[in-house]
Design a protein around this ligand. Structure first.
Ligand SMILES: [Zn+2]
Length: 292
């Protein structure tokens, strides 16, 4: 029974959220639908982590839950601020309402969303890969990789520079090819759902989906301390660009339980916010010596 559950969970939870969002969009309540699916997915995964955890050791609190929520809220707040400022300036908060440029606006919506995911993923892939391979950007991405357990609550634990960096890459490409607002909203919603599923500590098997989507099975390798394993699987929603560029990684063994990174990311929220700047100027100190 647990095996059946493990196989069904990933597509079932994503499908339910997509259905809920579609109903809300059709009824003219996209914000309500987004919030209901957002908190519904989070609550379901929190409960499932207690019932069928992938790694029991990751159920033990790491003292970072408040910081994880703080980073998530800050990122969402700044996103709202930028969208609100754009609206006041007369610019639509998520791109033009109608398709433009080379965008195939006459395609069925589902096909446009699939294309939107693929195009946005190209930006997300390179933003993420650069964040691992370019030391300047790694300093802010290290905040996400400093976690020692994966669970649904640290899905949104990104330094605010990291969020702006990767969202900027994806949005600029999406807007450049003329994707309409509805498609961009769908891509943002699906990114949220897949992100929760990717980070949750629930025993899920994804099988052939591991060749299309970024899944928890793939992403656990990405959080390995070993760079040979961790500098792989950069996809946010899809894994297809990793497959194309040779960074997809899913060996037939269990990924490491001892995850994290060697950077001295401080344990406090403000320390984590200041970390990249301090590190750029050589001011970061090993955790625990009181200097952070
Ligand atoms: Zn990463």
């Amino acid at each position: 029974m647990r095996d059946v559950f493990a196989w069904v969970l990933w597509p079932a939870l994503l499908g339910l959220c997509v259905l809920g969002y579609w109903i809300g969009m059709t009824a003219g309540h996209p914000v309500l639908a987004y919030n209901l699916t957002y908190f519904g997915m989070a609550a379901a995964l929190l409960a499932l982590e207690r019932v069928i955890p992938y790694e029991r050791a990751w159920l033990v609190p790491d003292g970072q839950a408040a910081n994880d929520i703080g980073h998530t809220a800050l990122n969402k707040g700044i996103g709202q601020l930028i969208a609100g400022t754009a609206a006041v300036a007369g610019v639509s908060s998520a791109g033009p309402v109608a398709a433009s440029g080379p965008w195939p606006g006459d395609w069925p919506l589902a096909a446009q969303v699939a294309l939107g995911l693929l195009v946005a993923e190209f930006g997300l892939y390179w933003a993420h890969r650069l964040a691992h391979e370019w030391p300047v950007a790694w300093r802010w991405h290290a905040v996400h990789h400093s976690v020692t357990r994966l669970w649904v609550v640290n899905t949104g634990r990104f330094h605010v520079f990291d969020s702006l960096w990767k969202t900027g890459f994806a949005l600029v490409i999406g807007l450049a090819v003329g994707a309409p607002k509805e498609v961009i909203l769908w891509v943002l919603a699906i990114t949220t759902y897949v992100g929760f599923l990717t980070h949750c500590n629930v025993d899920m098997r994804c099988g052939p989906l591991n060749w299309v989507f970024n899944t928890p099975e793939l992403h656990r390798w990405h959080h390995s301390r070993n760079h040979e394993e961790g500098n792989r699987n950069y996809g946010e929603n899809l894994i297809v660009w990793d497959a194309l560029f040779g960074t997809r990684y899913l060996p037939p063994r269990r990924p490491p339980m001892d995850i994290g990174c060697d950077d001295p990311v401080p344990p406090t929220f403000l320390g984590q916010l200041a970390y990249p700047v301090r590190a750029w100027f050589g001011r970061a100190r090993p955790v625990g010596d009181g200097a952070n």
